[in-house]
Design a binder for this molecule. Sequence first.
Ligand code: NAD
Length: 427
Amino acid sequence: MAPDWSFRKNMTPTPYNPFHTAQAQVDAATERLGLERSMRELLRWPMFETQFRLPVRMDNGTMEVFQGYRVRYNAARGPTKGGLRWHPDETLDTVRALACWMTWKCAVLDLPLGGGKGGVTCTPAALSEGEKERLARAYIRAVGHQLSVDRDVPAPDVNTTPQIMAWMMDEFETLVGRHHAGVITGKPLPLGGSRGRSNATSVGGLYVARAVENLLGHKLTGARCAIQGFGNVGGGLAELLHEAGAKVIAVSAVDGAIYNENGLDIPAALKHYARNRQEIGGFEGGDAISNEQLLTCDCDWLFPAALENVIHEQNAADIKAPVVIEMANGPTSTAADRILHERGILVVPDILANAGGVTVSYFEQVQNTYNYYWSLEQVHAELARRMHDAFDAVHAEHQRVPGPMRLAAYMLSVERVAEACRLRGWV
Ligand code: NAD
């Protein structure tokens, strides 16, 4: 009997669908690896997904009903792991794409984890702290029965914070009636968080940039860097690059970008951003430019660290940086990827470049399980080792397989997941 793949129809008909990009990336790798048809189908779809409604009492006494999602993409290599994004544009397909990318990210870092992701369609800036807490607790009441350290472990992502993770952990522990800190990562330190988690993605990005410098000869010290996004990842990276002696010439947030060819005063820009409700506009240490101008400015390194699909068919030909380090998930469209590769621009793919966050989340789970906590030096040493090992493995594959570095990273990770599926007898 022909398999029923009618669930494919449940996809968002938006002009840009990140899950289509994610599937195209998987297809390129499975095809190049020559995987069997059933394996290709298995790997290009989530294995488990849930959608649910979340009724939440608002401060004015009315009820609002939010849409929530949790996707466990592939659990062959271990419990699924992945952040929770709260965003007005969240759809089942954005969550599927992010869960898909998490699968390959965990595999490329050789973590014993599968990939997952969750989200809520909402406008966090319009919610009070009390409303956020009730939404966080409602989310856990809806999916808590599916979560555990050996099944599925959420973490923070865009617009979710350590405080939101703390409310979620508390709700979960209240429901099950015991401590279970490892059920969620990205928690505040007093509740079992890991040292080094808050800027782990940025630290991992710096290790990757250093590896590119050492192995591929692109100088970082004194180099001109442009960073799109000035939040947890982009802001943290700007600070690290500035401290490392790079010249951060442009940074941006959702409201626009700031440019200074002599290098921005990053500590001052971070203070301005924090004081001005996460906006960069009005910062006096540079000239105002648009996010589009930031992406195409004359620089040596470009770090997209905001959202998906910012480098696309229309602007890929104008990117001037010879190196792009993808700190955001899915910042480059499939067409743009091809253009950048043809132009000889090195793109270090998201599944490698931004994997520092999930790696330290994994360390947090390990520490919670042992109930024994590491020093910051231990976390950084272990993170550096994991990131360098992963970079070296991807670099070796890239030397072997002609094409973009993304293809090499996907071939390595897809093969690891495929091997686990095969050993389990899933295909
Ligand atoms: P964040 O919410 O802290 O920051 C996002 C930043 O991007 C903000 O400065 C915001 O103003 C800016 N931004 C939003 N929309 C924009 C737009 N349309 N144009 C330009 N800038 C825009 O989020 P974050 O945690 O820093 O995550 C950023 C990216 O990194 C996301 O793709 C996320 O999935 C990815 N990521 C995050 C982590 C993590 O540990 N936080 C780990 C891996 C990957």
